[in-house]
Design a protein around this ligand. Structure first.
Ligand SMILES: CCCCCCCC/C=C\CCCCCCCC(=O)N[C@@H](COP(=O)(O)O)[C@H](O)/C=C/CCCCCCCCCCCCC
Length: 211
């Protein structure tokens, strides 16, 4: 992973994650998250409890990717099929498979929806829009419903420490504001497509509420 964040690289990893058959490669999906974590780490310690959680989930998935059953963890589709066929998922309450691939990826999948909503707000924002408001509106519409009160409060505090809109645009390393907006316009349909394919797959297999 390079030292500086680049929105273009995030776009490329999510683009690479889609196969011709519209399956999602886990390797590139988590590479996209690694880029985003690098960005979040650059924002300071107040975000470290969030990035630690993402890093631990990436690590769980990386272990599957390099483990003895790695051939089943190439795409999200093959992972779901393999884990369900072999009873490797705790479906209703946490039991003998508390860290299945399906359950771990679901947490990142929900966060991808937050990212999509946030980036769309950023894309259509104006000079006086506040990143903390855009971030928390996107959070309330997505991840918040899956988090207990304490996490929601901690997240709310972290949002107050977010840099302003201009800083966000600069750290994306994608040129001037017009170019950033154009790149966001290109990235969002891709992120939305990856999200929707995963959402449909999880819905079809009744996996959207995994404990
Ligand atoms: C300029 C580029 C665009 C912005 C780039 C944003 C980079 C964001 C990177 C990561 C986003 C956060 C992903 C959060 C994943 C949360 C997964 C989760 O829900 N975990 C909870 C449940 O897990 P289990 O306990 O069931 O295993 C866990 O309890 C949560 C822990 C921490 C709180 C997570 C809060 C997420 C808030 C999302 C906003 C992040 C704001 C980042 C600011 C840019």
């Amino acid at each position: 992973m390079a030292d500086t964040f680049s929105l273009q690289r995030v776009l490329e990893t999510f683009r690479s994650s889609l196969s011709e058959k519209k399956e999602v490669y886990i390797k590139y999906y988590i590479a996209g998250w690694q880029e985003l974590v690098a960005f979040m780490n650059s924002l300071g310690n107040v975000f470290s409890f969030i990035s630690k959680d993402v890093v631990s989930k990436i690590q769980i998935l990386e272990n599957f990717l390099s483990g003895e059953n790695r051939s089943h963890y190439v795409t999200i589709q093959s992972m779901v099929k393999y884990e369900l066929e072999n009873d490797l998922v705790d479906l209703t309450k946490r039991g003998s498979h508390p860290e299945s691939g399906c359950r771990t990826l679901l947490r990142l999948h929900r966060a991808l929806r937050w990212l999509e909503l946030f980036l769309e707000r950023l894309r259509t924002s104006t000079e006086d829009s506040k990143t903390s408001v855009m971030c928390s509106d996107a959070y309330n519409e997505s991840l918040a419903q899956h988090h207990p009160w304490l996490i929601r409060k901690a997240v709310g505090v972290a949002f107050c420490a977010l840099p302003g809109r201009d800083t966000f645009f600069d750290v994306m390393n994608a040129g001037d504001h017009t170019q950033v907006v154009a790149l966001l316009g290109e990235s969002l349909p891709l992120i939305a497509e990856v999200y929707q394919i995963t959402e449909d797959l999880y819905a079809k297999n009744n996996l959207l509420e995994l404990p």
